[in-house]
Design a protein around this ligand. Structure first.
Ligand SMILES: O=C(O)[C@H](O)[C@@H](O)[C@H](O)[C@H](O)COP(=O)(O)O
Length: 223
């Protein structure tokens, strides 16, 4: 892992947005279409604001979430709503969005449909990943139902995830799909997450799922 530290969140947002833009531009020289995977949560918004304005061939970019809460887009916990409001706007409005949610009581009812759209776009070219102080990344949560399946070497593309303390069912790209990205950027704010990331290196992926995506990743950190 390459560790990059920034004086503040604003500098991290600007620099990480430009690093991702450079990765996408490089991939666009090699391929007709490229895929960017992005997280939800509270950290990536400022990066999306900067990235959305970058001059790229956005019409050749597919954007997919690393994971989603199983809620409609008009729900305040929807990652899809976040990405559409903050990333798929300005110049990036031309990008193609590959959804992780479709109206159904539970993900299992529409998993095959969702996977068929994403399968055609893989492997990921660039993955921006968040993490929690509990060492989860995407919706690969320690102790969750679905985690073992999501960490398997032959895992499907998408895995439903449930845990008693999560307010919503989650759906996540599996670890092999996330880790298979050509470029991985792990985005963390705060000393607790930095310590958690360091601790994860001495644990198994079932205890510290973020470890499954650390190899060769660039880590971006600010207080
Ligand atoms: O759906 C989500 O919430 C994210 O995909 C999740 O994996 C997030 O990246 C981490 O929980 C960090 O979240 P913060 O950026 O809010 O700290």
């Amino acid at each position: 892992m390459n560790f990059n530290t920034y004086p503040d969140a604003e500098m991290m947002a600007i620099d990480v947005a430009n690093v991702i833009a450079d990765d996408l531009a490089e991939a666009l020289h090699q391929k007709d279409r490229v895929v960017l995977a992005v997280p939800g949560g509270t950290t990536p918004g400022p990066i999306f604001d900067v990235l959305s304005a970058v001059d790229l061939d956005w019409d050749r970019v597919d954007v997919v979430l690393t994971d989603e809460r199983w809620v409609p887009e008009d729900h305040d916990r929807s990652n899809s709503a976040l990405v559409k409001a903050r990333l798929l706007t300005n110049r990036a409005v031309a990008a193609r969005y590959l959804p992780l949610y479709a109206p159904a009581q539970a993900p299992e009812a529409v998993l095959a449909e969702l996977e068929s759209v994403i399968a055609g776009a893989l492997p990921l070219d660039v993955a921006l990943l968040g993490m929690g102080a509990d060492m989860h990344t995407a919706s690969l949560f320690p102790g969750s139902d679905g985690l073992e399946d999501a960490l398997a070497a032959d895992a499907p593309i998408l895995i439903p995830v449930r845990r008693h303390d999560l307010p919503d069912i989650r759906i996540t790209l599996s670890a092999r799909v996330l880790d298979g990205a050509m470029r991985k950027h792990i985005l963390i704010k705060g000393a607790d997450k930095r310590e958690a990331l360091n601790a994860a290196q001495n644990l198994k992926a079932t205890e510290a799922p973020v470890k499954a995506v650390c190899s060769g990743a660039d880590v971006h950190w600010t207080e």
